[in-house]
Design a protein around this ligand. Structure first.
Ligand code: NAI
Ligand code: MG
Length: 503
């Protein structure tokens, strides 16, 4: 049935564990994979087995300095390289990565717990696609000329910022690394990226592969703890831009670091996204959209997941019945197994966080767990957790307000559109929002009044190259994945006035 299915699960895990050992203790700095200067390390776990598969350097100031120095040195010639030449190199880098896509995806599944067939394989494809897309856009980074003005020529130049510090989380590291480095490099910047503690290996592998095409020092990756390597990278005086994806709490800290040296920040942060089904919605389509919104290929660990579900009373039971049937049809299992559709949560910490919120729901009067609320049967080791829907949770409960970041969503019945809209907006977040309805005026009314940066009608899809992405309120600042966001966030504008008069 599947061309990938020829090797056994054990062989896959073995091959990727050997790769994890090879990458242990390494960073990518100044043109190649090399041992970090620090000897301090932290462990990396396979969340599906709870086994330690490798370790990564706990970089401190020496390693941060050496990576930023390498990026600073490379910036001189990279920023001076003609834009389309840089773009061509990025496209070649994308082609090169394309040839290793399957291995990269498998390594990512080993350390994240994301299922290979439904998540990592697609994500590796998206990573390649994003690099190609921005490679092609490198020649579109234009300034402006002002209207003709006798005796003066007025124009602006878009210039590269310098060294970009990029910090990413663990939930979709391949997609996230591409969203950061592709526009940064296309615009002439160089990069030092720090992946999350939980999932640094596939990122290191990608950066190692990039060295075959990109000049030394253009793309560097260091590992380490957030409050050490992450903070030091942000605070380094030569880092002229910070691009961050992660929690809103850390996003706020990053803005403080940036404020001290007046550098711009792009921040893609959390979400607690409403998914609303009106009475006139197509029931099958709405149920499908809710299922897709749960983002189960990442065990719900997605900032855009539709985790606050509101269904009109008139069709509530019919929609819920279909959603529950859908959830039970998903095959949960080892992330590297070809039959798996849903893998496991990334870490003990996130697993415990999910259990804490479920316990809170159990203690809430009126709340009822419709499915899940426990480990899946037969999966006693590893951070597997059954997809959990909870109804009857008051809007004021942390279960309904906090970004849980796991396979958990609340469902509520409503009858009045105005009330549900108000509730949908009553959150510190403003990332994504979805509505299902056959009523066009209602859909557009929702679009104009919902506080969210990524709004969908009658479908649930995820970000891709050329579809601008980002949030409002505590979900972040700035946008990614578009030409406009590249120009805005990865270049600065220089105004030039030339006196062209003869005298
Ligand atoms: P986090 O926000 O602490 O980590 C994300 C990245 O930031 C990691 O690379 C980490 O090393 C780095 N970091 C942490 N502290 C830092 C600091 N002081 N300076 C610089 N970099 C720093 O997220 P964490 O702890 O892994 O997850 C906790 C919660 O955050 C999750 O339960 C979820 O709600 C939320 N989260 C949201 C994400 C999103 O995409 N919306 C992604 C990851 C986490
Ligand atoms: Mg944290």
């Amino acid at each position: 049935m599947n061309a990938f299915a020829i090797d056994s699960l054990e062989a896959r895990i073995g091959a990727q564990t050997a790769e994890a050992r090879r990458l242990s203790g390494q960073i990518v700095c100044g043109g190649g994979l090399r041992k970090a200067l620090t000897t301090a390390q932290f462990d990396i776990e396979n969340p599906a087995t709870e086994e330690i598969i490798g370790s990564a350097p706990r970089c401190g100031i020496e390693d941060v300095n050496s990576a930023v120095d390498a990026a600073s040195l490379a910036f001189r010639s990279w920023s001076a390289t003609p834009a389309r030449e840089r773009g061509a190199l990025l496209m070649r880098a994308a082609d090169h990565l394309d040839g290793f896509r399957e291995d990269i995806a498998r390594l990512s599944s080993l350390e994240t717990g994301n299922a290979l067939p439904t998540q990592s394989r697609n994500e590796a494809g998206t990573m390649v696609d994003i690099l190609r897309y921005f490679g092609g856009l490198a020649g579109e980074i234009n300034g402006q000329t002002y209207p003709p003005d006798p005796g003066r020529l007025l124009y602006t130049r878009r210039e590269a910022l310098g060294v970009v510090g990029a910090i990413i989380p663990w939930n979709a590291p391949l997609m996230q690394l591409a969203s950061k480095i592709a526009p940064a490099l296309a615009a002439g910047n160089t990069v030092v990226l720090k992946p999350a503690e939980q999932a640094p290996l596939a990122v290191l592998r990608v950066f190692e592969l990039l060295q075959a095409v990109l000049p030394p020092g253009v793309a560097n990756a260091i590992t380490g703890l957030g409050e050490e390597a992450g903070r030091l990278l942000c605070q380094h005086p030569a880092v002229r831009k910070i691009s961050f994806t992660g929690s809103s709490a850390v996003g706020a800290m990053i803005m403080h670091y940036a404020a001290d040296k007046i550098v711009p920040v792009t921040a893609e942060l959390g979400g607690k996204n409403p998914n609303i089904v009106l009475a006139d919605a197509n029931i099958d389509r709405a149920a499908r959209g809710i299922l897709q919104g749960l983002r189960l290929q990442r065990q719900g660990q997605s900032c855009s997941a539709g985790t606050r579900i509101y269904i009109h009373d008139a069709i509530y039971d019919a929609v819920i019945e279909r959603v529950l049937a859908g959830i039970t049809s998903f095959r949960v299992g080892n992330p590297l197994d070809e039959a798996t559709q849903v893998g496991c949560i990334v870490s003990r910490k996130q697993f415990d966080r999910v259990e804490r919120y479920i316990e809170m729901a159990r203690q809430t009067p009126g709340a009822r767990i419709l499915c899940g609320g426990q480990r899946p049967e037969g999966l006693d080791k590893g951070y597997y957790y059954s997809t959990t829907l909870i109804e009857g949770v008051p809007a004021s409960s942390p279960v309904c307000r906090d970004e849980i970041f796991g396979p958990v969503a609340t469902v509520s019945r409503f009858t009045d559109f105005e009330t549900v809209l108000q509730e949908a907006n009553d959150t510190p977040y403003g990332l994504a929002a979805t509505i299902f309805t056959e009523n066009l005026p209602a859909a557009f009314d929702f679009v104009s009044r919902i506080d969210a940066g990524f709004v969908q009608v009658n479908q649930f899809a995820v970000a891709e190259a050329n579809i601008e992405y980002g949030g409002t309120k505590m979900s972040g600042m700035g946008r990614e994945l578009s030409l406009a966001s590249m120009v805005q966030h990865f270049t600065w504008s220089k105004t030039v006035i030339v006196n062209t008069s003869a005298a």
